[in-house]
Design a protein around this ligand. Structure first.
Ligand code: NDP
Length: 682
């Protein structure tokens, strides 16, 4: 039994116990009362606190500082997982379910921590896309940039993933630099609260970066303005009620919604019973019906199979469902736990009645089930139910009503276009999967059903061992879907971070853009350092610091020597007649790789020093051919610096090769790892 401390909001750095005026929260397993949620904290003051404390403190950190913070949070939560699993059993979740929720949430933090360090600058402004040259001489440029929105991220979460549901929104929001107010669903909020308590006690986040509202949100939504975002997960009906509030519309508050969707899975027309893919299909569908007792936003609700295999699929699935052990979630042998509450079970039973007009039950009984280690009546246990829809073209309910539990419907399709039309009847879904070994089927489905789905998942014997599962949203990939699924996107790597930021089109001179982004751009001021840049430590190097090398003539002997040495005897370098017949070349030309090698020979300072390694080269382009007798020289400019480890950081250099007429012949971005250590010879 939890005590009332487990039902407390975290507001302005203090824990406020819910009062006993409100709703009772019960164990999904025993039905006993766990606590009461009542009262509303001063939500307007919480928002002000987030804006006055959390926001400025987060924005004072750069992207990498915030990414390090996410990693520290993840490791802290990982160390306390056991206590969270124990609490999670009360929600009806098995250990495997809890791992999806708790470890999945921690994994999401870790992915964002890593992406923040690898894909974002060590700065405060996130460039978006390429530089746009807006003038003939390059003195007026454009660049889209993103800066953190200066409001709050209000997160209203569903009951089914009390940990992942919070962390998948919190990670990108914190990385963006925006403080969060989290409102978990009442039924399972005590588990969210346990995570918030761990985070608060760790002291890892700045004051005001995370607050928690247990219970009702009062008039918080009406306090929001254009700097705030609302991220909602739950039912379509609640989403509709919340997002259409006049105050939100009037203030253009960004609102993302991830809501119930009628996800489909298709057994490809190329798959025969007894094949690896057939078993895979049955495994995936069974997993989606039983994990979290089917209470998953991505769960497969509609199962589409070729007409010829309807019986085989129904029989194989029924057999697998019959063998599923339902019981107390803490028992090792339990494969499916309880629904979140008796009310949710009643909701599912009610939805089944609506579906009964169009579907026949082919497996399961929603009123009875055998439960091991718990009371089937007191706990919200329920048998999986498999339906068959004999006329999916005429049916409506099966494509519109989501029974949010262990319920799914099999339907037959004639050919791939028919399967696509059935998928799309869902009106927009989070995910559709296709188990096929035929790439042409996959292509057809993407072209026909892509517009209706946020994610399309293909699996076969090749990817099966490493695949992540139909129902698993990954932080790297977009989670969300059009239409019925809410019309929004979450996650998707840095796309999810940008959601909490404002994109602005910046226009100005090269120096302006360089100062704003911390990245040197062509045309911005260059300056010569006190010594060769390769002798200067990471810290000493300045953005824009430039080396102009001496010139070197490229001779025919050089070209021939390089051809012999490397074996690259391409006609453009070796055969004058053939080269001249090519519209790109006036004569035999120097190899591009020869030019790169000569460039390195011109700009490298050979002694041991702070440059530890050359780790790559980006965006190489050859602009003009170099013929024997041309003289090339190099301009090497510090473009961007990023700390990578305790010992060294990455320097990106802009390298430009010019000929004797100052024409650009080649340019690229060179990457080196440089130590922070002593500057030599400066
Ligand atoms: P709801 O839409 O009822 O609730 C979702 C969240 O919104 C909860 O945190 C809820 O809080 C909150 N909420 C409800 N009303 C308000 C309000 N007026 N102001 C502020 N917050 C509000 O979904 P449920 O979690 O109850 O699930 C109901 C159905 O939603 C399921 O049966 C299923 O069909 C669908 N669902 C879909 C999910 C998905 O990811 N696609 C996930 C979960 C559910 P509180 O709990 O305190 O009411």
């Amino acid at each position: 039994m939890l005590d009332q401390d487990h039902f407390s909001s975290y507001a302005m750095g203090h824990w406020l116990r819910s009062d006993s005026s409100g709703r009772q929260v019960r164990s999904a397993v025993t039905g006993e009362t766990l606590g009461v949620l009542g009262g509303v904290p001063d939500v307007a003051a919480m928002r002000d606190y987030a804006k006055s404390h959390g926001g400025p403190a987060l924005r004072a950190l750069n992207f990498h500082d915030r990414a390090r913070m996410l990693k520290a949070l993840a490791l802290h939560l990982k160390a306390h997982r056991k206590a969270l699993y124990d609490l999670s059993f009360l929600t009806g979740a098995t250990l495997a379910d809890s791992q999806i929720d708790i470890d999945g949430g921690i994994g999401t933090l870790l992915v964002y921590a890593s992406k923040g360090r690898r894909e974002m600058p060590e700065g405060f402004v996130l460039p978006d896309g390429e530089l746009e040259v807006l003038s003939r001489d390059g003195s007026f440029l454009g660049q889209h940039v993103l800066t953190p929105r200066q409001g709050i991220s209000l997160q209203i979460n569903a009951f089914n993933f009390p940990v992942w549901g919070m962390l998948e929104k919190l990670a990108p929001s914190l990385l963006a630099g925006v403080p969060s107010l989290v409102k978990p669903a009442s039924d399972t909020g005590y588990l969210t609260q346990a995570v918030v308590r761990l985070i608060a006690d760790s002291g890892i986040l700045p004051d005001g970066a995370l607050q928690l509202i247990m219970g009702a949100t009062g008039d918080l939504l009406d306090c929001l303005d254009a700097q705030d975002t609302v991220g909602f997960t739950g039912s379509a009906a609640t989403a509709m009620a919340l997002r259409s509030r006049p105050s939100l519309l009037q203030n253009a508050v960004r609102f993302t919604s991830e809501q119930d969707s009628l996800n489909g899975s298709v057994l490809g027309p190329d798959i025969e019973p007894g094949s690896a893919e057939f078993d895979l299909f049955i495994t995936e569908v069974h997993r989606e019906m039983t994990t979290k007792a089917g209470q998953k936003c991505t769960a497969i609700r509609r199962i589409m199979v070729p007409e010829a295999h309807l019986q085989a699929v129904t029989a194989a699935l029924s057999e697998r469902l019959a063998a599923t052990k339902i019981g107390h979630p803490a028992q090792k042998e339990t494969q499916m736990g309880a629904l979140v509450s008796q009310a949710q079970r009643e909701d599912v039973r009610g939805k089944l009645q609506l579906l009964a007009g169009e579907c026949d039950v082919v497996f399961g009984d929603a009123q009875h089930c055998v439960v091991s280690g718990a009371d089937a009546k007191e706990g919200a246990f329920m048998s999986p139910v498999l339906l068959n829809c004999p006329d999916p073209d005429a049916a409506k309910t099966v494509h519109e009503i989501e029974a949010f539990g262990p319920v799914s419907t099999v339907m037959a399709y004639r050919d791939v276009p028919h399967a696509i039309s059935l998928l799309n009847k869902g009106g927009g879904s989070l995910v559709a999967s296709v188990i096929t070994h035929d790439p042409q089927v996959a292509r057809q489905v993407v072209l026909g059903a892509g517009a209706f789905h946020g994610r399309l998942y293909f699996n076969d014997r090749v990817s099966q061992a490493e695949s992540t599962g139909h129902g698993a949203p990954l932080p790297h990939m977009v989670h969300g879907g059009p239409g019925r699924a809410g019309g929004s996107e979450e996650l998707g790597g840095l796309r999810g971070v940008k959601h909490f930021m404002q994109r602005s089109a910046i226009q100005g001179s090269p120096d302006m853009l360089s100062a704003i982004t911390g990245i040197w751009v062509t045309g911005a001021a260059e300056h010569v350092g006190p010594a060769h840049p390769f002798t200067r430590s990471f810290d000493a190097l300045q953005i824009g610091e430039t080396l102009h090398t001496a010139a070197r003539e490229v001779t025919l002997a050089d070209i021939e020597h390089f051809a012999e040495f490397t074996g690259d005897r391409f006609y453009a370098h070796m055969d004058a007649e053939a080269a001249k017949a090519n519209p790109f070349f006036p004569d035999r030309v120097a190899h591009g790789y020869l030019l790169l090698s000569f460039a390195a020979g011109l700009f490298v300072e050979p002694s041991p020093g702070p440059v530890l390694a050359n780790t790559g080269l980006n965006a190489l382009s050859f602009q003009k051919p170099v013929v024997a007798g041309d003289c090339i020289s190099v301009q090497l400019t510090v473009k961007r610096k990023t700390r990578r480890t305790e010992a060294y950081g990455e320097v990106r250099w802009h390298v430009a090769l010019r000929n004797q007429d100052r024409d650009l012949v080649a340019e690229y971005e060179l990457l080196t790892m440089n130590s922070y250590g002593e500057t030599k010879g400066a």
